[in-house]
Design a protein around this ligand. Sequence first.
Ligand code: GRF
Length: 222
Amino acid sequence: MSGGVGSRRRTAILISGRGSNMAALLAAAADPGYPAEIALVLSNRADAAGLGRAAAAGIPTAVVESRPFGRDRAGFEAAMEAELARHGVELIALAGFMRVLTEGFTTRWAGRMLNIHPSLLPAFPGLDTHARALAAGVKLHGCTVHLVTPGVDEGPILAQAAVPILPGDDEASLGARVLAEEHRLYPAALAWVAAGRVALEGNLARLDTPPGPSAERLSNPG
Ligand code: GRF
């Protein structure tokens, strides 16, 4: 794997809650050969359970409470930017971060910010994905890691994993099956971006393809 010690991309994980995807990323990045190092876990809620897990793993944590900012999303994001800059962050991995980001923020971090979503996008963007998949009667469900663009859950798809919907499934059983795949998929997708293995052609993300004239490499760890 390219991007050894000394050239690892400094990555912030943004959370709002339990942080099981965060834990999967921390576990992957504990390997010094992994091309991203987790420089910061940032939460918009002081009571996010994931903060304790990150601190226990020796990872720097920060809280920027979103609530006091009310509708001032740009003010909230400026406070987050200050923390990101303070920790020299180059990449962002959203992991259960429950705030919609402004166009300004997503544009500043274009190609450098990932999200994991619990459905096979473009099916079921937004909330309550497992209940909606069950209600729709689809037979396959899953998760998607994508780059973040201003449109919520719309950015270029980096990776997906599918699971079957089985007879008798409810939201909890289906959610658990998807979550196990999330924990496998997200570390792989972050590694691809951090190692500079992803090229963008418009809204398409391509892995390990030589860049064509219009392709733009997302990261070049050298
Ligand atoms: C996950 O299902 C993720 O796909 C979604 O929010 C949930 C976060 O769970 N974006 P966790 O905090 O990582 O356990």
